[in-house]
Design a protein around this ligand. Structure first.
Ligand code: 5RP
Length: 262
């Protein structure tokens, strides 16, 4: 199975695999959403099943909750856990300061709440997610369904005074219908191309009535684990200012891939 993975999937897998080294017995762990985070949940499940590691997982979406239970992780709510030791999640873009765009999978609201309620946030990503400046990936914002078109207009008008290169907002669709988040809201994707001042934009967006939260994660991520298609991983710690390099062997993980095929 490992041989059949695309280079991007291999990169996502090795980042996830390396990141679970940060999880210790007894921890309360925030479980992110998306394809990279799904690898991490499977790796954690393997530790729980095969090494008896005891952790409590707080999922950031219904689909992560489902996967976590399936692989044997004890799932608790954030209110039960109250505070988390660590959150591990993917990202759509990260810059040199480890500021992020998230929400490509539509789970940004729970992801931001869970990451903010954690001592540490580790982002796992393939090298393709690294950018000089945020904004090529459309910035998702979660909006309440009531009056969403008015909210969209207000956001587009507000963007005129922001340092961005594009201003179009599109309602995320699934086929013919608007995408609905786990909280029953919609997502507007903002096509900004380049965000000059992510910190300012994150603050101003949340002032628009109808906007619940935006996908800019500023000063939340502590460590990014970057995966490459050839098995190399880099652990970049923004607080310590360190970069550790490693290489993972796919063959070691045959059992994990076999589990996936079952
Ligand atoms: C979900 C997210 C994901 O972390 C982000 O979209 C990255 O996804 P993937 O790991 O599938 O590339 O923010 O809301």
């Amino acid at each position: 199975m490992a041989g059949e993975l695309s280079p991007i999937d291999k990169a996502k897998f090795v980042a996830a695999k390396r990141a679970v080294d940060f999880v210790e017995d007894g921890m309360r762990v925030g479980l992110g959403t998306g394809s990279t985070a799904a690898w991490m949940v499977r790796c954690l499940g393997e530790l729980v099943r095969e090494e008896g590691m005891r952790i409590k997982g707080v999922p950031t979406s219904a689909r992560t909750a489902h996967l976590a239970r399936e692989v044997g992780i004890e799932v608790v709510s954030l209110d039960e856990a109250k505070w988390l030791d660590l959150t591990i999640d993917g990202a759509d873009e990260f810059d040199g300061e480890l500021n992020l765009i998230k929400g490509g999978g539509g789970a940004l609201l729970q992801e931001k709440i869970v990451a903010t309620a954690s001592d540490q946030m580790i982002v796992i990503a393939d090298i393709g997610k690294q950018v000089e400046r945020l904004g090529a990936f459309p910035l998702p914002i979660e909006v309440i369904p009531f009056g969403w078109q008015t909210t969209k207009t207000l956001v587009e008008e507000m963007l005129i005074s922001m340092d961005v290169l594009g201003r179009d907002a599109t309602l995320r669709m699934v086929g013919e219908r608007p995408f609905v988040t786990d909280e029953g809201n919609h997502i507007l994707d903002l096509h900004l191309n380049r965000i000059g001042n992510p910190r300012q934009l994150a603050l101003v967006l949340n002032q628009v009535p109808g906007v619940v939260e935006n996908g800019l994660f500023i000063d939340i991520c502590d460590i990014v684990v970057v995966g490459y298609g050839d098995g190399r991983v880099e652990v970049r710690d923004i607080n310590a200012g360190t970069v550790e390099r490693d290489r993972l062997d796919f063959l070691e993980d045959d059992n994990l891939f076999k589990d996936l095929m079952d």
